[in-house]
Design a binder for this molecule. Structure first.
Ligand SMILES: Nc1ncnc2c1ncn2[C@@H]1O[C@H](COP(=O)(O)OP(=O)(O)OP(=O)(O)O)[C@@H](O)[C@H]1O
Ligand SMILES: [Mg+2]
Length: 220
């Protein structure tokens, strides 16, 4: 069974057809990059896969669960239990320290555990920055906190929408290295990017245009 399977998925916002008849299969451990022009539907697709929104039509199976058949509340639970999210604008809570930002994700999932949260920060090379507020961290460091936060509840799927979109080249390299490591460890990853160099890092690249899959290329 595949980790994720989309069949004939469409998303309509009023008159806008954001996604049209998307078919996609993602196997456990795969690393997929979604590319395509602005407005082509990449974030819409991530939101649907990440249980943040429901598709207008079609079926989506995540870990064997049919997402079209669940309630909004169940969708929230699935997101919490199965998905790790990384965004372009980091979405850290400004008045909480790095380690507290991770502990809050543990709290919403089950139980905060400071030791485990510290280990997660060490994992992304930020042990020394645990007590810094987001405003006291560089962009690259904030994004690494977000990656630690995304991983803390052992999600089966990591979704990252333009994770390097706000980073300079050096920080982009650090963050991409982390994704490479996570992939090598067997995590399943979906990244959205505008940057062909970032896209090439993934095993497979899917190009979306006007809400449809225009191209699918295997990188390795
Ligand atoms: N909540 C919404 N209500 C109405 N239209 C929306 C909504 N969200 C997205 N759209 C429209 O759906 C289309 C796809 O948007 P989406 O955000 O998925 O694009 P994208 O590929 O992520 O673009 P970008 O690269 O600029 O982030 C766009 O035409 C957008 O205007
Ligand atoms: Mg987008």
């Amino acid at each position: 069974m595949s980790l994720l399977e989309l069949k004939n998925v469409s998303m309509v916002y009023g008159k806008v057809k954001a996604l049209q008849n998307i078919d996609l299969v993602v196997e456990q451990g795969a690393w997929l990059a979604l590319m395509g022009p602005s407005g082509s539907g990449k974030t819409t697709l991530m939101n649907i896969i990440g249980c943040m929104d429901k598709a207008t039509s079609g079926s989506i199976f995540l870990d064997g669960i049919d997402l079209s058949g669940v309630t909004k509340h169940e969708l929230t639970e699935l997101r919490r239990d199965k998905i790790g999210l990384v965004f372009q604008q980091f979405h850290l809570i400004p008045y909480l320290t790095a380690v507290e930002n991770i502990m809050i994700a543990q709290y919403y999932h089950s139980m905060p555990d400071e030791k485990e949260a510290m280990e997660a920060l060490a994992r992304v090379g930020l042990k020394e920055r645990a007590l810094h507020l987001p405003s006291q961290l560089s962009g690259g460091e904030q994004q690494r906190v977000c990656i630690a936060r995304a991983l803390i509840n052992y999600p089966m799927l990591i979704l990252a929408d333009e994770p390097t979109g706000n980073l300079d080249e050096a920080n982009e390299e650090i963050v991409m290295n982390l994704f490479r490591e996570l992939h090598a460890e067997g995590h399943t990853i979906l990244t959205v990017t505008h940057d062909p160099q970032v896209g090439e890092q993934a095993e497979k690249c899917i190009v979306i245009e006007h809400g449809r899959i225009a191209e699918s290329k295997q990188n390795r």
